[in-house]
Design a protein around this ligand. Structure first.
Ligand code: PLP
Length: 462
């Protein structure tokens, strides 16, 4: 394999990065002060930085490299497609083989009558499409007042004005005039942090029934859709109580509103099935897809739409589209990724081998003195850090301080975990072997031990 090893020295890269590159979701001044870590290559589940240090990537990039790094098949397909047809649009009554093949393959894999995909360049764009799509659908159905989309606090649906408004991230809404009108948010099914003394099953029902109350408050004639991630990812891998989704499904069935499952993280094997909706028994009208669709090798997303909705939307011109909707190279790479996930048995491996073994190891981490809850579904998991396991109390430091400390210990010990406030989360490549999982476990224990020692000496475990 051709390698690009002749990069500038780390300090020069960091200096130029600080001078010219603006990072997403980052305090720029703070980062520029210390310099960004430079990642130069990756293979399998391991990253290598510009100093040659190897790091286990337990986040699969940003929840996306389901297939793992370094798959030559994807590079070959991209090169061949670039040479044959690097770009053509699909606006002007034209199409091309990769977009046709990918749309047909997604229709095969997607549950129920979800047989039509409108492509986008990312999950954010796909959710923006969904906002316009559900409103246009109801307008064409003669119900133009059905515009409001109900979402949830602490949901993540992307970072554009539309998708960021659908999301329920308070920190994002505090900047730049979000949410846009006609989007409302109900509470999330986050038992560990908000369930108090309630039994989880009862709490799940209570949170689901907020949807019914919100539909009644707004008037069913004004509500277009409910959107939710099957499992909240960026929110902190929040696995709802078992009572939650069946009740949500009942409410959506009994009211005339559409259900959008944002499968950007849960899709393509993350929960042990092709889609999180299958794992959790959800019957969506629309699914948002991105991330694992291409294992992150190319930027691509989409809205997967049911037969009846597609029929209505197709009855008029839908005045919407992106230059890169159905980009041929992205589609060809995504199709090859889906082939490998299937033919290499990677989804099966996640469900039958890696997932169960990771679950066993994760349960052991639950015994660590710093961990109040260890939860996992498929290949996504969270550790709630707490000074008091019994009460699930937060730390006496600003929320996120302890999580950040733990993440820094993880980095130092050669494993990438992310922190959301004081919750540590992982979403590793699905290809992880038992040895990889053992390595993850050892590095996680060491990092937790070191974090605990630091907290004790700083008086934060009281
Ligand atoms: C990442 C994410 C998005 C946004 O996808 P981008 O490709 O970053 O725009 C949307 N929904 C969920 C659930 C996500 O995790």
């Amino acid at each position: 394999m051709k390698r690009i090893d002749n990069h500038l020295p780390t300090a020069d890269l960091q200096r130029l990065d600080a001078a010219h590159h603006m990072h997403p979701f980052t305090n720029g001044a703070e980062l520029n002060e210390k310099g960004a870590r430079v990642i130069t290559r990756a293979n399998g589940v391991m990253l290598t930085d510009s100093e040659g240090v190897e790091i286990l990537d337990a986040m699969a990039g940003l929840w996306c490299v389901n297939l793992g790094y370094g798959r030559k098949e994807l590079a070959d397909v991209a090169a061949a497609q670039m040479l044959q047809l690097p770009f053509y649009n699909t606006f002007f009554q034209t199409t091309h083989p990769p977009v046709v093949a990918l749309a047909a393959r997604i229709a095969e894999l997607a549950p129920g009558d979800l047989n039509h995909t409108f492509f986008a360049g990312s999950g954010s764009e796909a959710n923006d499409t969904n906002i316009r799509l559900v409103r246009q659908y109801w307008a064409l159905m003669g119900k133009p007042d059905k515009k409001v989309i109900i979402s949830r606090k602490n949901a993540y649906h992307g970072s554009s004005m539309g998708s960021g408004s659908l999301g329920g991230m308070a920190g994002m809404h505090a900047q730049g005039g979000m949410p846009i009108p006609d989007i409302t948010h109900i509470d999330q099914p986050y038992w560990y942090s908000e369930g108090g003394d309630m039994d989880p099953a009862e709490f799940g029902l209570e949170r689901a029934r907020q949807l019914e109350a919100e539909i009644e408050r707004l008037g069913e004639g004004n509500v277009a859709a409910f959107i939710a991630e099957p499992i909240q990812g960026a929110g902190a891998v929040i696995i709802p109580p078992e009572t939650y989704w069946p009740e949500i499904q009942r409410i959506c069935d009994e009211h005339e509103i559409l259900l959008i499952a944002d499968e950007v993280i849960c899709g393509f094997g993350r929960t042990g099935n092709w889609f999180g909706s299958q794992t959790l028994g959800i019957r969506p009208d629309i699914m948002t897809i991105a991330k694992g669709l291409s294992s992150g090798y190319q930027p691509i997303g989409g809205s997967v739409i049911s037969d009846p909705i597609a029929e209505v939307i197709n009855s008029d011109e839908f005045a919407h589209g992106y230059t890169y909707s159905g980009h041929p190279v992205a589609c060809a790479v995504a199709l090859e990724n889906l082939r490998l996930l299937d033919e290499d048995g990677i989804i099966d491996h996640a469900r039958d081998v890696a997932g169960p073994y990771l679950a066993q190891k994760w349960a052991e981490l639950g015994n660590h003195p710093l961990v109040g809850e260890a939860r996992i579904i498929g290949m996504m998991a969270a550790l709630e850090l707490t000074p008091n396991k019994a009460t699930r109390a937060p730390f006496k430091a600003d929320a996120g301080t302890v999580g950040l400390r733990c993440r820094e210990r993880c980095f130092a010990n050669g494993v990438i975990m992310r922190h959301v406030r004081d919750t540590m989360i992982i979403s590793p490549p699905l290809i992880m072997t038992k040895d990889d999982i053992d390595m993850l476990f050892e590095r996680a224990v060491k990092s937790l031990d070191e974090t605990l020692a630091g907290l004790k000496s700083d008086g934060l475990m009281a």
